[in-house]
Write a protein that binds this ligand. Sequence first.
Ligand code: HEC
Length: 125
Amino acid sequence: MRNTLLIVAGAALLSAGFSPLRAADKPKHTIEEIMEQGFKGKQSPAARVGKGEATKADFKLLAELTHDLPLNTPEMGDAKSWKTKATALAAAGKALAEGKPGALELWKEAANCKACHTDHKPEKK
Ligand code: HEC
């Protein structure tokens, strides 16, 4: 029993040490939550950004949600391709919230629903 515990603890330490993500970088939101809360529908914060109607609160929410996107792993698609797309979206979200010049262009390029879904969104049964 004692040995088992030690092994479990050791394995946990090892995986923590070798994981590229530190514990503090655990995502607070799943991909589904990010999509539901930030992107889904014609009145979503992301849709409002596209129409130029987004508020500061929308930017803030999108920055917070997309921050977690690259910390998640999608069920489908190439890990490197995902990292690139998700990181770009997170950076664009952050830039929007910070009011950086050119943020909107960055965002529009990164928030390409179809490009990302084609590669990474599994077909729902
Ligand atoms: C960087 C990649 C990426 C971008 C950009 C992206 N999505 Fe997604 N989206 C995903 C992934 C991955 C899923 C699948 C999540 C799952 O179910 O596992 C998804 C799922 C969804 C879902 C289904 C959520 C659910 O409840 O299962 C909706 C709705 C959605 N996206 C809307 C959008 C819209 C609208 C846009 C563009 C404005 C967008 N997404 C842009 C990656 C992306």
